[in-house]
Design a protein around this ligand. Structure first.
Ligand code: SAH
Ligand code: SF4
Ligand code: F3S
Length: 483
C-alpha cells in the first residue's frame, strides 16, 4: 500500500517498559513498592507479575534479621541466571538492605545495577537513566522530610478489598536490637489531609478496608502549616485543627470514610494512649484489634532492650485496652534469647503469654544487627541451641493461648469481610473478622456467591489456633459503595 499522506513528524509511541517489584519484610515495604510503581509509571513503566517478563527487576528488601537478608542475597543470585537469558535486564535493590549495605552491595553482587534507599525513590527515573548508559547508580540519602505524601500509589497484587496507607516514616526509638532507625531514618509524619484523601479515594475505588501504617503510629503528630480545609469528608470538629495526633487522625478517617473498615499497625506500648483507645471504642468501623509488641516479659530484658516500659506498664496498657473494648483482640511480637536473657527472664515471657492470652504472635530468635545499641554494648551470649529451645517454648505456649482465644469465639456472631477464595478448597472463601482472625466460610449462601468485598454476619462454628470456621447468618452488603 502506498501512503498518500505521510505525517510530517513520525508518531513516536512512548516505549512501555516493564518492571517487576518484589517486596520483602514488613507492610511498610509493600506500601513503599506501590509508591515506587507510581513514580515509575510516570517514567513509562508498567508493573508485571514475574521477573521473567520484566526489563527491570526491583527487590524491596528487609534487614530486620540476618535470615531476612540471607533470603534476599539468595534471590539476587538467581538474577544472574535471568540476566544471562535477558541481556537488557536491569536489577535494582531498594529498601532497608540497600540503605544498610550501600555501595557494598554492588561490590558483593555484581549483578546489581542500582541501589536505592527508602527515602530516595523520587530519584529513581534519574538513576535509571544513568543505569541505561551502562553505569551503576546509588542513592541512599535519608531525609527528615520525605513522606511521599502527595504520591498516589499504584496498587500492586491487590485483592481490591484491603489496602495499606503509610501515615509516617522512620523511627526515633532506638530499641537496642533494632536496625530500623538506621535503615529508615528519623521519624516524620505525613500530612493528615493527604492521608484522609487517599482513604477517601480507596472507598471510591471500591476498597473496603485500610490499614494505616507506621513503625510507631502512636507518636504520629502533624502540625498543619495552615488550618485543615473543608472537603474530602473532613468533619466540622477537625476543620481548623492545627495539630493532629494519632487519635485525631483515626477519628478523621473513621468519620470521613464511615463505610471503610480501619486497622492500623504498629502500636508501641510506651506511647499507646487512652485517647486512641477511646476513639477505637467509639467507632464501629475501627477494627477491634491491636498489635502491641511486648518483645519480652522480663522488666530487666526490656530495660536492656531500651523499650521504655516495664512489665507492669505493659500489663496496665493491656488492662486499659480490655476496659475500653472487652472484645478487642491483641497480638504481639516476641524475641527469644536477647543478650543476657536468663532462664528466669524466659519464664517471665512464658508467664506473660499465659496471662495476656494473645490472639496471635510473631515470634523470633534474637539476631544481632550491625551498628545497633545491642551490637555495640552487649554480647550476643545466649547460645544458638538455647535460643532455639526458648523460641520453641514461646511458640508452644502461644499456640495454647491462641487455641484458647479462638475457642472463646465459637458460638458468637462476627462480621466478616470476604477477601477471596480459600486456597485449600474452592468451595470456601476466607475473610477476617474485626479481631483480625481468619474466618473460613462456605462460598455460596442460598445460591449467592460471596465475592471479595462482601460483608457477612457469620456464626462461628469451630476453631483452630490459626483460624475460625463459620456459617453464614446474613449478608450485610454485596454492593459496591456509592461513589
Ligand atoms: N516498629 C515495630 C516493630 C518493627 S520490627 C515495633 O516497635 O514493635 C518487627 C519485629 O521484629 C519487632 O517487633 C521485633 O520483635 C522483631 N525484631 C526486630 N529486630 C530484631 C532482631 N534484631 N532480632 C530478632 N527480632 C527482631
Ligand atoms: Fe525498631 Fe523499636 Fe522503632 Fe519498632 S519502635 S522500629 S522495634 S526501634
Ligand atoms: Fe524490614 Fe525495613 Fe520493615 S528492616 S521490617 S523492611 S522497616
Amino acid at each position: 500500500m502506498v501512503l498518500d499522506r505521510v505525517p510530517l513528524h513520525p508518531i513516536v509511541e512512548p516505549v512501555q517498559k516493564k518492571v517487576y517489584i518484589e517486596s520483602y519484610g514488613c507492610q511498610m515495604n509493600v506500601s513503599d513498592s506501590e509508591v515506587v510503581a507510581s513514580i515509575l509509571a510516570k517514567d513509562g513503566y508498567t508493573p508485571v507479575k514475574s521477573a521473567e517478563e520484566a526489563d527491570l527487576v526491583l527487590l524491596n528488601t528487609c534487614s530486620i534479621r540476618e535470615k531476612a537478608e540471607y533470603t534476599v542475597l539468595q534471590r539476587i543470585n538467581e538474577m544472574n541466571n535471568l540476566k544471562a537469558r535477558n541481556k537488557g535486564l536491569k536489577v535494582g535493590v531498594l529498601g532497608c538492605m540497600a540503605e544498610r549495605m550501600r555501595e557494598d552491595l554492588l561490590e558483593k553482587k555484581k549483578v546489581v545495577d542500582l541501589v536505592v534507599g527508602p527515602d530516595a525513590y523520587r530519584t529513581l527515573p534519574d538513576l535509571l537513566e544513568k543505569v541505561g548508559t551502562g553505569q551503576k547508580a546509588v542513592n541512599v540519602l535519608l531525609s527528615r522530610e520525605e513522606t511521599y505524601g502527595e504520591i498516589e500509589p499504584v496498587r500492586l497484587d491487590t485483592n481490591g478489598v484491603t489496602a495499606f496507607v503509610t501515615i509516617m516514616r522512620g523511627c526515633d526509638n532506638m530499641c537496642a536490637f533494632c536496625v530500623v532507625p538506621f535503615t529508615r531514618g528519623r521519624e516524620r509524619s505525613r500530612d493528615a489531609e493527604s492521608i484522609v484523601r487517599e482513604c477517601a479515594q480507596l472507598v471510591r475505588d471500591g476498597y473496603k478496608e485500610v490499614t494505616l501504617l507506621g513503625q510507631n503510629v502512636d507518636s504520629y503528630k502533624f502540625a498543619s502549616p495552615q488550618p485543615l480545609s473543608k472537603g474530602e469528608g473532613l468533619s466540622e470538629q477537625h476543620i481548623s485543627q492545627e495539630k493532629v495526633d494519632f487519635a485525631d487522625l483515626l477519628e478523621m478517617v473513621a468519620l470521613a470514610c464511615p463505610t471503610l473498615r480501619i486497622r492500623y499497625s504498629t502500636s508501641h506500648p510506651k506511647d499507646m494512649t487512652d485517647k486512641v483507645l477511646a476513639v477505637m471504642a467509639r467507632y464501629d468501623n475501627i477494627c477491634k484489634y491491636i498489635h502491641l509488641p511486648v518483645q519480652s516479659g522480663s522488666s530487666d530484658v526490656l530495660k536492656r532492650m531500651n523499650r521504655g516500659y516495664d512489665r507492669a506498664w505493659y500489663l496496665e496498657r493491656m488492662a486499659s485496652i480490655r476496659r475500653h473494648m472487652p472484645d478487642c483482640a491483641i497480638s504481639t511480637d516476641i524475641i527469644a534469647g536477647f543478650c543476657g536473657e536468663t532462664e528466669e527472664d524466659h519464664e517471665a515471657t512464658l508467664a506473660l503469654i499465659r496471662e495476656v492470652q494473645y490472639d496471635m504472635a510473631f515470634m523470633f530468635k534474637y539476631s544481632e544487627r550491625p551498628k545497633t545499641l545491642a551490637a555495640r554494648k552487649y554480647p550476643d551470649d545466649v547460645p544458638e541451641d538455647v535460643k532455639g529451645r526458648r523460641l520453641a517454648e514461646v511458640i508452644e505456649t502461644q499456640k495454647a493461648a491462641s487455641a484458647q482465644r479462638m475457642l472463646g469465639y465459637v458460638g458468637q456472631l462476627h462480621e466478616v469481610l470476604v477477601e477471596g477464595v480459600s486456597k485449600r478448597s474452592a468451595e470456601n472463601v476466607f475473610g477476617r473478622n474485626s479481631q483480625n482472625s481468619i474466618v473460613i466460610l462456605p462460598r455460596y449462601a442460598d445460591g449467592v456467591e460471596l465475592t471479595p468485598g462482601t460483608f457477612v454476619k457469620a456464626r462461628i462454628d469451630s476453631a483452630t489456633p490459626g483460624s475460625l470456621k463459620g456459617s453464614i447468618h446474613s449478608i450485610v452488603s454485596t454492593l459496591a459503595l456509592p461513589a
